[in-house]
Design a protein around this ligand. Structure first.
Ligand SMILES: Cc1cc2nc3c(=O)[nH]c(=O)nc-3n(C[C@H](O)[C@H](O)[C@H](O)COP(=O)(O)O)c2cc1C
Length: 215
């Protein structure tokens, strides 16, 4: 039975553009995978606890030597890794906040990286690579080549590096300039935003077209 792990991380509730995009992608995935099942997480309303000292120590010690705090942290990592392993497809909403990824996404990545669970400590091989990871990114500004803040988006360039140990390789679909419709000073960028959003929606609609036709 195909399985989807759908994660949102926007803190903007119903206003969220990335949530709108992940919802569209999840609907498209369900249509292409009738009978498929879905696990949903919303880090915007239910963030994970940070990787702390107990979690770091848990990664260095055999499980039978864990303190209760280390056991709790390790159990959460086991749960998060199992969620990913169960999924054929992972959908992740990735807003840009203060020029970086939401701290909740950083925490998810920190918790996922664990020897013996998400990578083989003997070989360094990632153990989560055998699935697709589709990232729906949204950002208020524009960061393309030649723009004044080219290079200031540290969310999209970071994620492939952050996850590299696990073997997961994200494919990005992004909507830019999402603040243009609400910030008067960006009014002249509204049409560029609309083009970016429409292109993102088209890319989402094409994701599982062949899977749906084959089903
Ligand atoms: C706390 C916060 C920080 C933000 N920082 C940035 C930023 O650094 N650069 C930017 O282009 N947009 C920034 N924005 C705008 C968001 O990127 C924009 O609203 C985008 O649509 C966020 O995705 P979401 O709608 O799914 O939440 C910020 C928004 C919030 C709420």
């Amino acid at each position: 039975m195909p399985h989807l792990l759908h994660i949102d991380s926007s803190i903007r509730g119903e206003q969220s553009v990335s949530r709108r995009l992940t919802a569209r992608a999840a609907a498209s995935w369900r249509a292409a995978h009738p009978g498929g099942t879905v696990t949903y997480r919303n880090f915007g309303t239910e963030p994970l606890p940070h990787l702390d000292e107990a979690g770091a120590q848990a990664r260095l010690l055999p499980a039978d030597q864990h303190t209760p705090e280390q056991r709790r942290s390790w159990a959460l990592t086991e749960e998060l890794v199992a969620e990913v392993k169960r999924a054929d497809t992972v959908l992740l909403g990735l807003p840009l906040y203060n020029y970086g990824a939401p701290s909740s996404v950083k925490t998810w990545v920190d918790l996922l990286i664990a020897p013996g669970l998400s990578y083989d400590p003997a070989t360094g091989a990632g153990l989560l690579g055998d699935r697709e990871l589709i990232v729906l990114a949204s950002r208020g500004g524009g960061y393309g080549a030649g723009t004044p803040r080219e290079g200031w988006d540290h969310a999209e360039p970071w994620l492939p590096h952050g996850l590299s140990q696990t073997g997961m390789r994200p494919r990005f679909i992004a909507a830019e300039l999402t603040l243009a419709p609400v910030v008067p000073a960006m009014a002249e960028l509204v049409s560029l935003h609309q083009e970016s959003l429409a292109a993102a929606e088209r890319a989402i609609d094409e994701l599982w077209v062949s899977a749906g036709a084959a089903a």
